[in-house]
Write a protein that binds this ligand. Structure first.
Ligand code: FES
Length: 137
């Protein structure tokens, strides 16, 4: 699994998402309350750009008339037909056994581990030969 640096932490505040393409795959990376999650931006139903849908919560009911609303801002609703997926896992809430969106691990690394020093400029060898300056490339 290759590492891909996709943004500085400041560029992706909580509640936002970033769309990108990695190795030809459309992906969105979400910041959910300070945690980061990557998701394939393609709905397994009919291929919509799933991650462009609204972030919602999960409505569940144990008994008739009782509705519990959880996971606020952690569920993505497909903009085409409304199927809902958990951003943390890619799990479908319409048909969990058959449909899942590919989820990609995302995390924060210190800048020093991403941009390694010491920094070295590219150099080329230069020699003086009988009154001529010669550059070797
Ligand atoms: S394409 Fe996403 S629910 Fe149909």
């Amino acid at each position: 699994m290759a590492r891909h640096v996709i943004a500085a932490v400041d560029e992706l505040p909580p509640g936002t998402r970033k769309f990108l393409e990695i190795d030809g795959r459309p992906i969105a990376v979400f910041n959910i309350k300070g945690e980061y999650f990557g998701l394939m931006n393609r709905c397994p139903h009919q291929g919509a750009a799933l991650c462009e849908g609204p972030l919602i919560g999960l409505a569940q009911s144990r008994d008739p008339g009782e509705i519990e609303y959880t996971k606020l801002g952690e569920i993505i609703r497909c903009p085409w037909h409304g199927w809902e997926f958990d951003i943390r896992t890619g799990q479908s809430y319409c048909d969990p056994r058959r449909f899942r969106v590919k989820a990609y691990p995302a995390h924060v690394e210190p800048g020093a581990s991403v941009v390694k020093g010491p920094y070295v400029a590219e150099t080329i060898a230069v020699k003086v030969e009988s009154d001529y300056v010669v550059v070797e490339l």
